[in-house]
Design a protein around this ligand. Structure first.
Ligand code: 6PG
Length: 518
């Protein structure tokens, strides 16, 4: 197939970058009756996509919403000229330097008022820089989080756009149409995720909303990923505990996770975990989970979230522990040699109530998960203040209820909590979560204690519990810490009986140790 040139300006939007995410998003847009220009650096990819999806596969009879269809473009100039004005060019390529190159080549051909949307997992600093550079040229820039992996992109992702607010009305009809939908009454995803199926439910709410100016959209997507890391690690720890302590098989554990999916843990990640644990390796007939090498990869968004939390001094220890857990997993050879040298505890056979322990782990997982969200929302709250983003947390939780990787029943509860009180100081302080954690904390503590006694590593469970206990401590040993700082470095301290901001120093080397006001 050859691609014609030049193009008439007929496409409603365009997608640059036709790897899996780009192709799927373009097809999703076309499914909804939009005409989509598509361009890839390697033209054969564009040609193959067009050959696989001829014009007749879109429009009435497909999703019944309009003509839809793809317009293949060989060059960036053709791509830009194929777009109706104001032009909407959506970039879906691996985040990094290549994004700058694509933006530059688009900008060369685009005109003031046109819109560039970056749907990659860009670092929010890059997004701010790009927004500034493009606005100087009169171009509008939106950095949009796109979550949900391949299937999400194809049939309904969660979309987190941020940037130029005046560009939003141009993108909004497309983003609203293609985003995942949830039932407004229950917060549950509406399963419309298949070609030919439309979501006509009048209660359908799209999983997208304008997040805020500048890089707010990509920041929120980054925090989404940080929570995703924590959630995945917590599930892995639950699996490990049940497997090690109770010696349950992967098949048995698959049933446990299936059952959990019918409780308040109901989520995409629990669902896929049940499925994975039930999978058998076709080559060896062993449980699939046992033939996968225990080294976890990462592309960096969890690390960025942790770095952001350290930079701002906002605690997100469970997210950071999840990143470190991946890091220590990657030292496979070191762990194997250490395992031959370092002893663990004499782990006695578990003599407690097995069913109770399974339930305890479930409750520990739920509490820890709430803590991971509390940390993520705490981080966003601080970033919102620092950057004047005015983030709406109810709305953010709302658009995470469907489409994205962390979609979960819990997100509906979080939505309600922030709808009730937009300025919640910490998610754990929402009345519903105060009660939920209070009811489950004994189980949570038993699980963390058992993991320590049995030598099963649970960095995320344990750090979440420590976060909860620190948060509810009106007084922490930081008083001693501050005294230590004053002792060796004259770093001064505040007194409990003096106004905040007044600093004192004890002259430690002096015999009388007089106190001086700093
Ligand atoms: C999503 C995912 C997606 C991707 C992450 C995984 O929301 O759809 O978060 O963005 O799967 O990049 O990140 P790691 O490779 O770091 O695990």
């Amino acid at each position: 197939m050859t691609l014609e040139s030049p193009k008439p300006a007929s496409a409603d939007a365009g997608v640059v970058g036709l790897a899996v995410m780009g192709q799927n998003l373009a097809l999703n847009i076309a499914d909804h009756g939009f005409s989509v220009a598509v361009h890839n650096r390697t033209t054969s990819v564009t040609e193959a996509m067009l050959a696989e999806h001829p014009a007749g596969t879109f429009g009435p009879g497909y999703r019944g919403k309009g003509p839809g269809g793809l317009v293949g473009c060989e060059s960036v100039a053709d791509f830009v000229s194929a777009l109706k004005r104001p032009r909407v060019a959506i970039i879906l390529i691996k985040a990094g330097k290549a994004t700058d190159a694509v933006i530059d080549s688009l900008a060369e051909h685009m005109e003031p008022g046109d819109v560039i949307v970056d749907g990659g997992n860009a670092h929010w600093d890059d997004t701010s820089r790009r927004a500034e550079a493009l606005s100087a040229k009169g171009l509008r820039f939106i950095g949009s989080g796109v979550s949900g992996g391949e299937t999400g992109a194809r049939f309904g992702p969660s979309l987190m756009p941020g940037g130029d607010r005046e560009a939003w009305p141009v993108l909004e009809p497309i983003w609203q149409a293609i985003a995942a939908k949830v039932d407004a009454r229950t917060g549950k995803p509406i399963e419309g995720a298949a070609p030919g199926k439309t979501v006509d439910d009048e209660n359908a709410e799209a999983c997208t909303a304008f997040i805020g100016p500048g890089s707010a959209g990509h920041y929120v997507k980054m925090v989404h990923n940080g929570i995703e890391y924590a959630d995945m690690q917590l599930i892995c720890e639950a699996y490990d505990l049940l497997r090690t302590v109770l010696e349950l098989s992967p098949a048995e554990l698959s049933d446990v996770f299936k059952a959990w999916d019918d409780t308040e843990l109901d989520s995409f990640l629990i669902e896929i975990t049940a499925d994975i644990l039930g999978q058998v390796d076709s080559k060896t007939s062993k449980p699939f989970v046992d033939i996968v090498l225990d080294r976890a990869g990462q592309k960096g968004t969890g690390k960025w979230t942790s770095v952001a939390s350290l930079d701002m001094g906002v605690p997100a220890p469970t997210i950071a522990e999840a990143v470190f857990a991946r890091a220590i997993s990657s030292f496979k050879d070191l762990r194997v040699s250490a395992s031959e040298v370092l002893d663990g505890p004499e782990s006695p056979e578990f003599e407690g109530d097995r069913a109770q322990f399974v339930e305890d782990v479930r409750q520990a997982l739920y509490c820890s998960k709430i803590c991971a969200y509390a940390q993520g929302f705490g981080l966003m709250a601080e970033a919102s203040k620092e950057n004047n983003w005015d983030l709406d947390f109810a709305e953010i939780a709302q658009i995470w209820r469907g489409g994205c990787i962390i979609r979960a029943a819990l997100l509906h509860e979080i939505t309600l909590a922030y709808r009730e009180r937009a300025d919640l100081p910490n998610l754990l302080m929402a009345p519903a979560f105060v009660e939920a954690v209070d009811n489950a904390q004994d189980a949570w503590r038993r699980v963390v204690a058992t993991s320590a006694l049995q030598g099963v590593p649970t960095p995320a469970f344990s750090s979440a519990l420590a976060y909860y206990d620190s948060l509810r401590s009106a007084r922490l040993p930081a008083s001693l810490l501050q005294a230590q700082r004053d002792y060796f470095g004259a770093h001064t301290y505040e007194r409990v009986d003096a106004p905040r901001g007044e600093f004192f120093h004890l002259d430690w080397p002096e015999k009388e140790r007089p106190e001086v006001q700093a």
